[in-house]
Design a protein around this ligand. Structure first.
Ligand code: NAD
Ligand code: MG
Length: 392
């Protein structure tokens, strides 16, 4: 059927991936799943593939190819394995490629889809953060389109009717689990506490990013590149209920916002069906009278220095976000493994940015190729790891 939408889902076993599968399953007449991919969890991938009646399932770990084949035996799903097979799946023909791998690990696959000229439903903000201008340029060259899945960017995209009249973008932030925590409480925070988000259920990495508010920092950078808007025209507004997903302020005084229950299926569905909208019976409808009030406050950049760091990084030029992201990934991982405390995450990101910004690692220049992005990412991870060793 020609009006069917063929969808591939990279990172199908993750939080966004599972929500994407849910959206697709709610409209079996509309969607057809081409490929699904995952990192290591063969069982979860096989279940996702069979559930979605996917054509192909790809596991990143090449050692797990046989296990995947076994798990898929008796089904019509083809098996493949290895990082190149993930890129092949990303590049294969599909109307939408959901990029929902976590971290810079998603860069290669996202790039493969962009190079093919795909319409990419982008959740993997880190890939855009570390390669922004190059990725946008690549998309322009191939005709690829980047449609945001991140709820804030989806909100902006949904209400951005006249880009030339925009004065400001306003990203809302829940403030995460430590919105009203003291510095002492944050210093003692455990991974379990950091991952207990009040409004959203998400993967571990983005949950910690939400707790430090680095997630909002990464989203600020994502918005700079996606909407080609300088950082000084993007505000962050704390809104603990996560009902208003973001706002666009126009030069006639109008402010347009998108509201909804905090449920990732709404922005995922928008990115899959755009320019159409699709009915989502399973998503809770807003009852504003019941909610009764919405609260707002300015972010506290002293308790949440990650926001300042992200601003500083993006203003330094494209090298800044690449370094910030790599250092943050190493620091979040170390925190999840209980090697460092919660407040040390932003501390480490700042130290690595300082090292690169102060030129201790040679003359820092903006990456001019994806090779240089990967190189910068490696060097920033090395710098963060040696800080970890010094601290141990
Ligand atoms: P998650 O940890 O739940 O899932 C990550 C997925 O990526 C899994 O399917 C995993 O198998 C796969 N993966 C991990 N490492 C990989 C590798 N090296 N190679 C191939 N596949 C790999 O993460 P998530 O919460 O779903 O987040 C995914 C992305 O979406 C992140 O970039 C996050 O910032 C973004 N995002 C998430 C949410 C949310 O609600 N969870 C909201 C907005 C944006
Ligand atoms: Mg978001």
């Amino acid at each position: 059927m020609s009006d069917q939408i063929r969808v591939s889902i990279l990172g199908a076993t993750g939080s966004v991936g599972q929500s994407a599968l849910d959206v697709v399953a709610s409209e079996p007449e509309t969607y057809k799943v081409a490929a699904v991919t995952a990192n290591q969890n063969v069982q979860a991938l096989a279940e996702a593939a069979v559930y979605a009646r996917a054509e192909t399932a790809v596991i990143a770990d090449p050692e797990r190819y046989e296990d995947l084949k076994d798990a898929l035996s008796g089904s019509d799903v083809a098996a493949a394995a290895g990082p190149e097979a993930i890129c092949d799946a990303a590049a294969q023909d599909a109307d939408r490629v959901v990029s929902a791998i976590v971290g810079a690990a998603g860069l290669n696959a996202t790039l493969a889809a962009v190079k093919r000229g795909a319409t990419v439903a982008l959740a993997n903000k880190e890939s855009l953060v570390c390669s922004g201008p190059l990725m946008i340029e690549e998309a322009r060259a191939s005709g690829a389109q980047l449609l945001p899945i991140d709820s804030e960017h989806s909100a902006i995209f949904q209400v951005m009717d006249r880009p030339e009249r925009v004065e400001k973008l306003v990203l809302t932030a829940s403030g995460g689990p430590f919105l009203s925590a003291s510095m002492a409480q944050m210093a003692a925070a455990t991974p379990e506490q950091a991952c207990a988000h009040p409004n959203w259920s998400m993967g571990a990495k983005i949950s910690v990013d939400s707790a430090t508010m680095m997630n909002k920092g990464l989203e600020l950078i994502e918005a700079v590149y996606l909407f080609e808007t300088p950082a000084d025209r993007i505000d962050v507004l704390v809104h603990p209920q996560s009902i208003i997903h973001s706002l666009v302020s126009y030069d006639d005084g109008s402010v347009l916002a998108q509201l909804g229950a905090p449920d990732m299926r709404t922005p995922i569905s928008y990115a899959l069906a755009w320019p159409k909208r699709m009915r989502l019976p399973g998503v809770e409808r807003l009852d504003l009278a019941k909610i009764a009030r919405l609260d707002f406050e300015d972010p506290d950049e002293d308790r949440f220095p990650a926001l300042k760091l992200a601003r500083r990084a993006v203003e330094a030029g494209p090298w800044g976000p690449a370094v910030l992201n790599a250092a943050n990934e190493v620091a979040v991982d170390a925190f999840l493994q209980k090697h460092i405390g919660f407040l040390a995450i932003a501390g480490m990101v700042q130290d690595v940015l300082d090292q690169f910004g102060a030129g201790e690692r040679g003359d820092i220049t903006d990456p001019e190729s994806f090779e240089q992005v990967f190189d910068l990412d490696r060097r920033a991870r090395d710098a963060a790891r040696s800080l970890l060793q010094q601290a141990a």
